[in-house]
Ligand binder design. Structure first.
Ligand code: GLU
Length: 437
């Protein structure tokens, strides 16, 4: 066969690129693969391992029929992907969104593999999604979707095989339903099957704030690296969900000046700094930031180009693209979201000297405290919040330093440094485990 002779990784990457349809600015899987290819090439990764690491291990698509409150039957589609489980159980969130696609979930699952490896957790990468608009569904309908989805993918799940967590539009309540459904099937309570649960039923203190706290820790590291001051540093944050609002709150508590925040409805800007607690109260009451008094309205697009020290994209993928990257005027970007910057935008930001803390490092605080939750559930022994936050800080600072060292050693961006560190860690385990065939 023509394939019998191993080729080097450069040839494989080229062939693969020629074969695949590449929409670099819209397909998150392509965005992920661009960085993976770059890092793999620099590591001179063995061709066999290259092939293994780019292919998701398991992809499951299920249909989810439920009876709506109206009595009508509706069928939704759910996906769960395990990208790589060589280092431990698949770990990764579950999102409810109309934009969910298999390509997106594949990319997000792979990002979880690299993210868990960057912070050196004993987990692989997984992700799930249900194609739906959660805002158009009642709580009872969401519960039915969650339970039916859980039972449809139950063979993939388990504390030793795949552990979901919250992601876009899912929360503690959704995790409680997953845990209950799984436990009813297993006929005993299994708390460690999900993380991000309510604290009363085995959740960890500090989990809800963990991603935002990780963004704060890595931003402080970056400011130090850039010899910039934390106090008074100006920040613009896109996204006001769990990650965006917590990051805003924690950064403000740290003496930073949050000058702009936004959500789906648009953004608000005030050069003298916003009162984030007040913004949170406003959103609790009015659902969106829209109409917030005493600030200038900006669009989401305008927010990304405001002059500031730190820009935190904390919403969805592909918001910084080749079209607007040249307009970004922040000195540091802390990627609270997964995949907010496209591969083409990377090159522009690099050229303009913008320091990017890549998603697989910046937002790894969430999965790190998920790991703590899983450990606490399995040990049946729970830690106080101070212990959780301190251990999180130690892990995030160490990961930051390791990524910075990698990027300096190879003279690459923090993003490629993070991918190189992660791929090397996953590849090392594959080499040790060898091939089962
Ligand atoms: N959804 C979060 C992420 O993308 C958390 C995943 C987890 O805790 O498993 O990192």
């Amino acid at each position: 066969m023509a394939n019998a002779k191993p080729r080097n990784v450069q040839t494989l990457i080229k062939q693969d690129r020629d074969l695949r349809f590449r929409s670099l600015e819209t397909d998150p899987f392509e965005s992920m693969m661009q960085r993976f290819d770059d890092a793999a090439r620099r590591l001179n990764l063995e061709p066999g391992l290259y092939k293994v690491l780019r292919a998701p291990e398991k992809q499951l698509i299920v249909s989810i029929p439920i009876m709506r409150d109206s009595g009508e039957i509706e069928v939704f589609t759910g996906i769960r992907v395990q990208h790589n489980t060589s280092r431990g159980p698949g770990k990764g969130g579950l999102r409810f969104d109309l934009g969910v696609t298999l390509e997106e979930v594949n990319a997000l699952a792979a990002w979880m593999t690299w993210k868990c490896a960057v912070v050196n957790l004993p987990f692989g990468g997984a992700k799930g999604g249900v194609i739906c608009d959660p805002h158009a569904l009642s709580a009872a309908e969401l519960e039915k979707i969650t339970r039916r989805y859980t039972s449809a993918i139950i063979d993939m799940l388990g504390p030793d095989s795949d552990v979901p967590a919250p992601d876009v539009n899912t929360n503690e309540r959704v995790m409680a339903w997953i845990m209950d459904t799984y436990s009813m099937h297993k006929r005993h309570t299994v708390t460690a099957v999900v993380t991000g649960k309510p604290v009363e039923m085995g959740g960890s203190l500090g989990r809800r704030e963990a991603t935002g706290r990780g963004c704060l820790v890595t931003t402080k590291c970056a400011l130090r690296h850039r010899k910039m001051k934390v106090k008074g540093a100006t920040v613009a944050i896109q996204g006001f969900g769990n990650v965006g609002s917590t990051t805003a709150r924690l950064m403000q508590q740290e003496g930073m000046k949050v000058i702009a925040v936004s959500d789906k409805s648009g953004g608000i800007h005030s050069q003298k700094g916003l009162d984030i607690e007040h913004c949170v109260e406003w959103v609790k009451e009015h659902r969106f930031l829209e109409g917030y008094p005493g600030a200038v309205q900006v669009t989401n697009e305008e927010l990304l180009t405001l002059p500031c020290d730190v820009l935190v994209p904390a919403a969805l993928e592909n918001v910084i693209t080749s079209k607007n990257a040249d307009l970004v005027r922040a000195k540091i970007i802390c990627e609270g979201a997964n995949g907010p910057t496209t591969a083409r935008a990377d090159a522009i930001l690099d050229r303009n000297g913008i320091y990017v803390i890549p998603d697989i490092l910046a937002n790894a605080g969430g999965v790190t405290v998920s790991y703590f939750e899983w450990v606490q559930d399995r040990g049946g022994y729970f830690w106080d919040e101070h212990t959780v936050n301190e251990r999180l800080r130690i892990i995030m600072e160490k990961a930051f330093e390791e990524v910075a060292a990698m990027s300096e050693k190879h003279d690459v961006s923090m993003r490629i440094g993070a991918y190189m560190l992660a791929i090397e860690r996953v590849a090392a385990v594959h080499r040790l485990r060898g091939m089962y065939a």
